[in-house]
Design a binder for this molecule. Structure first.
Ligand code: FES
Ligand SMILES: [Fe+2]
Length: 415
């Protein structure tokens, strides 16, 4: 349980909020590169951390992310003409380059050169730097003097055929989505199905260890022979998860605003290209991916249609929920908690130990940021980690056992 004040601190991400300021210290995914595939292709709308933006690729292939509103009279640049190395507002023809500089002012032809230069300077539009890694456009929305290098996020460093990525909108706050991602107990229930007996196996050991990249969540089950089977999942600050699974997988919970989240889901194989067989479940909208309406980020199984819940399937026991696909099950149950979960109304249990620690750690990170202390994940090499499963003798603390498994070897050559 959190106080209302703590809940607000953790959830609100708009400009001027503590969590919003923290997230703005990191690279944030804005879109897939293919959404603005060609030079001078149509711009797209992007909403991130409560800010409305427009993303475009200019004639040289460079990517720009601008405030949506034209600084002249606030028309939307989404309707702009993307031509000759800039985006031109179609209301009165003012043009901006990828850095937001006003580079043409055709609506006032009679002006001295000095006056024109001065006017253009005043008409610069807000912009954020972008780069492309792993077929995703990432942006940095924080103070220029703090801009970090892009981290060594494994799935972004692989050649394209080694990766399969989708995204969908969750109509809820980023934190309850992230909490769902690190909630080990729900795996046996929400995603359960095949047999009743499988639901009796729940973890009894929980630990969350802060690290130089974020934190590691360990959930353990003790066997009768005195061995603990640990499942280790990595959180990379501020909103990444590397999932302990085969093939490897990852999530990014990028806040659209306080009440909506863009969830990127990635399957990847560092060793070889993914095959059609590898991706059969993912492409069928099972696993962590959802089936979306074509050309949209909106899942076919969504809140408006109760995720197409099948009560007969639920009653049959073949699916615990009657909802098809892990992604849909997660989305459905997380959205059911409301746009921003009311954590003052909870009754936390022993199985929520990891969630409680995650919240405490995030609150501590906010405090550290406010105090000007170093933040996790600022060293690009700190992201050289993986999730996984391992065994350790009973009594060996998770923090000692996980260190030898969590670091991956050498950096992978960028594509
Ligand atoms: S509002 Fe954009 S040019 Fe006038
Ligand atoms: Fe889940």
């Amino acid at each position: 349980m959190l106080s209302q004040e703590e809940n607000e601190l953790l959830c609100r991400v708009g400009p001027g909020t503590p969590m919003g300021a923290l997230m703005r210290r990191y690279w944030i995914p804005a879109a897939f590169s293919h959404q603005i595939a060609k030079p001078d292709s149509p711009p797209i709308r992007v909403r991130l951390l409560g800010e409305n933006l427009v993303l475009f690729r200019d004639t040289q292939g460079r990517v720009g992310l601008l405030d949506e509103k034209c600084p002249h009279r606030t028309a939307s640049l989404f309707f702009g003409r993307n031509e000759e190395s800039g985006l031109r507002c179609v209301y009165h023809g003012i043009k901006f380059d990828i850095a937001g500089n006003c580079v043409d002012l055709p609506c006032v032809p009679q002006m001295s050169e000095a006056h024109r230069t001065n006017m253009q300077r005043q008409l610069n539009v807000g912009s954020y730097p972008c780069l492309e890694r792993g077929e995703v456009v990432w942006t940095y929305m924080g103070p220029a003097e703090h801009k970090p290098e892009f981290p060594e996020l494994e799935w972004t460093m692989l050649p394209a055929p080694h990766r399969y990525a989708t995204r969908h909108i969750q109509e809820c706050n980023w934190l309850q989505a992230l909490e769902g991602g690190f909630d080990a107990t729900h795996l046996t229930f929400l995603h359960g199905g095949e047999s009743e007996s499988s639901r009796k196996i729940v973890a009894t050991l929980y630990d969350v260890i802060p690290t130089d990249f974020g934190f590691v969540v360990g959930t353990g089950r003790e066997r009768s022979d005195g061995i603990v089977m640990w499942n280790m999942n990595v959180m990379l600050s501020p909103f990444h998860k590397i999932i302990s699974s085969i093939p490897h997988a990852a999530h990014v919970w990028a806040p659209i605003d306080d009440k909506n989240t863009m969830l990127y889901s990635v399957d990847f194989n560092p060793a070889r290209p993914m095959t059609e067989q590898d991706l059969a479940r993912s492409k069928a909208g099972l696993g962590i991916h959802t089936e979306n309406f074509p050309g949209t980020d909106r899942a076919v199984r969504n809140k408006a249609n109760d995720y197409l819940i099948d009560r007969t399937l639920q009653a049959s026991g073949k699916s615990y929920t009657g909802m098809i696909g892990f992604g849909t099950q997660d989305c459905g149950i997380q959205e059911s908690m409301g746009p921003i979960a009311d954590r003052t109304a909870e009754h936390l249990l022993a199985c929520d130990a990891a969630i409680v620690k995650i919240r405490r750690l995030l609150l501590q990170t906010l405090k550290d940021h406010a105090a000007g202390k170093p933040l996790p994940g600022m060293d690009p090499a700190s992201y050289r980690v993986r999730s996984g499963r391992f065994e350790a003798a009973k009594g060996v603390p998770f923090t000692d056992a996980m260190e030898q498994y969590v670091r991956r070897d050498t950096p992978i050559a960028a594509e």
